[in-house]
Design a protein around this ligand. Structure first.
Ligand SMILES: [Zn+2]
Length: 89
């Protein structure tokens, strides 16, 4: 289980983005420019989650039982709880 929430941060001048397990009370500074980074949003799935993969189309598969989306690093469907079987590549 990953319990820390991950956030997308951006350096305002360069537009460089990074994803970190951030503490919402801290200010994060860009390594190159030294400027404070803007918080763009939280990464799905929200912590705590059994999956480490962000919700994006390349990380998702369809559960063969219920047809709902599930992250590819999960063995059990988060919607119906059934074992999804090996991934076809
Ligand atoms: Zn399912």
């Amino acid at each position: 289980m990953s319990t820390r929430q991950r956030y997308r941060l951006r350096a305002p001048s360069s537009g460089r983005e990074t994803i970190i397990e951030a503490d919402p009370d801290k200010i994060y500074v860009d390594r190159e420019t030294g400027e404070p980074m803007e918080v763009l949003g939280m990464l799905l799935p929200l912590a705590p989650s059994p999956s480490r993969l962000p919700w994006s189309i390349e990380n998702l598969r369809l559960c063969p039982w219920c047809g709902q989306m599930a992250q590819k690093d999960l063995n059990d469907c988060p919607t119906c709880g059934r074992r999804m079987g090996p991934l076809r590549s």
